[in-house]
Design a protein around this ligand. Structure first.
Ligand SMILES: Nc1nc2c(ncn2[C@@H]2O[C@H](COP(=O)(O)OP(=O)(O)OP(=O)(O)O)[C@@H](O)[C@H]2O)c(=O)[nH]1
Ligand SMILES: [Mg+2]
Length: 443
């Protein structure tokens, strides 16, 4: 029963509701409220739900029972019904009793911003991992709101099944089932985390990684596709990507360089989803480099950056090396803007993922970033040390090589931690020995 009840119907027509109130985070001014409503429209568009008028009440304080005043809600309901709306979408989180109260007053279906985001996540999840995380978040969201959903359902069914104590009993039963389901999913998630941990260890020894992180729709997947020449779903939809995806940026370097595409961030990320995010982003957050992607054509790009910073902090990522990529420069009407940005953020690149030259340059920058971090070693390996020659060939970047009477001289670049695993320490040359080999005639 829950599944059908929870999902937002495909043929819903929405009216949006919000508030301007100095005491309400993210809704303190008309500008803040307007910005958030624009994003809510985008979220609904992603779900394919047409959004009609938006109704905003300015208040000095919140009504604890209904947030907006009940008189205003009645007025909104009448107008919304006149415009053919079947659903009121509130641009902030509502409690179970608030949902219940507002439904009673307006006689319309009521959902909040969190519900909309959960719905998108539920529809876009592809891997087992993402599906489970979202299911847990969804169940945790539903649990305290169960009575709200039940009242609504009871009414839809003409009251059948919710008379007297029966409804209460049913709610208790549902709660128990939901808690059991959450436990079950959490166990499965742990098992998946274990296998991810093993994969991560393997990767750590074999590759260096850069993770694309940033606000939803900024162009992370587009950059990944152009930089790695692959095709990951990129869409003008919020939260098109929900799973971390790994692709090789440069297979020719040793170790290979890997790029990770991740789930996008959004302001007011629902609390129920933060944990899910942590798991999905885990591998990305252990990347050697963070590439923060920001849509420069968005008039609120500063807010995008700020949200990204905040989410990274919430996830405990504070001391990572970062570069910022300002994407979608082709949509900039003002060429000065990109100059200003470069000045404010020196460690940044202003690009368009549609511009081949930009992509070639950025790819080179990222590759060079890793190469510069590698140490240089000069080695001399006798001819009969077959395994060592193949270790050099397969695991290091050879800069120089020359054949001599008894063996081969190599100049290689490779990260320290990888070199230490190769068993080549005995062949490392002192600087003066190295000089000798470089001066000697090679065969
Ligand atoms: N004009 C323009 N559009 C771009 C550029 N890069 C990406 N886009 C478009 O922006 C939209 C979002 O791109 P994605 O790559 O899916 O964005 P994302 O950051 O992966 O989004 P999520 O996965 O939802 O977090 C798509 O319609 C892209 O075609 C760009 O440089 N210029
Ligand atoms: Mg994406």
């Amino acid at each position: 029963m829950l599944d059908n009840e929870f999902h937002i119907s495909n043929d819903a027509r929405a009216s949006l509701v919000s508030i301007v109130c100095p005491k309400f985070e993210e809704h303190k001014s008309e500008v803040e409220t307007g910005r958030s409503l624009t994003e809510l429209r985008e979220l609904l568009r992603t779900l394919g739900i047409p959004a009609g008028y938006q109704y905003v009440q300015t208040r000095n304080s919140l009504d604890p029972a209904t947030i907006l005043g009940s008189g205003k809600l009645k007025e909104i309901a009448t107008k919304a019904k006149d415009e053919g709306a079947t659903l009121l979408v509130f641009d902030f989180e509502l409690t179970a009793s608030q949902i219940r109260n507002i439904r009673r007053i307006t006689d319309l279906s009521v959902v909040d911003r969190v519900h909309v985001i959960l719905e998108i996540f539920a529809r876009h999840a592809r891997t087992r991992d993402a599906k489970i995380q979202i299911e847990i978040a969804r169940l945790q969201y539903v649990l305290p709101r169960l009575s709200g959903f039940w009242t609504h359902l009871g009414r839809q069914r003409g009251g059948v099944g919710v008379k007297g104590g029966e409804g209460e009993k049913q709610i208790e039963l549902d709660r128990r089932i939901i808690r059991q389901r959450i436990e079950f999913y959490k166990k499965e998630l742990k098992l998946l985390a274990k296998s991810r941990e093993q994969q991560k260890k393997k990767r750590q020894n074999m590759a260096v990684t850069a993770a694309l992180v940033g606000y939803t729709n900024a162009g992370k997947s587009s950059l990944m596709n152009r930089l790695c020449q692959v095709s990951i779903k990129e869409e003008n939809k919020l939260f098109a990507t929900l799973d971390s995806t790994f692709r090789t940026l440069n297979p020719d370097t040793h170790p290979p360089m890997i790029l990770i595409d991740t789930v996008g961030f959004i302001s007011n990320l629902p609390n129920t989803l933060i944990d899910g995010f942590k798991t999905t982003l885990e591998s990305a957050l252990e990347a050697d480099l963070l590439i923060i992607v920001c849509d420069i054509s968005d008039p609120n790009y500063k807010k995008q950056l700020q949200v990204t910073e905040t989410v990274l902090e919430e996830l405990g990522v504070t001391d990572k090396e970062k570069i910022i990529v300002f994407n979608k420069k082709d949509l900039l009407n003002d060429p000065i803007k990109s100059k200003i940005i470069k000045r404010v953020h020196p460690n940044s690149y202003v690009v368009s993922s549609f511009d081949d030259q930009d992509m070639r340059n950025l790819r080179k920058e990222v590759i060079d970033y890793f190469l510069e971090k590698q140490q240089q070693f000069d080695l001399f390996i006798p001819y009969d040390e077959g395994a060592s020659h193949s270790a050099v060939a397969s695991k290091t970047n050879i800069i120089k090589t020359s054949n001599h009477e008894k063996g081969i001289f190599y100049r290689v670049r490779v990260p320290d931690f990888i070199f230490n695993q190769l068993g080549l320490q005995d062949f490392v040359l002192k600087p003066e020995e190295s000089e000798d080999y470089q001066n000697k005639e090679s065969l």
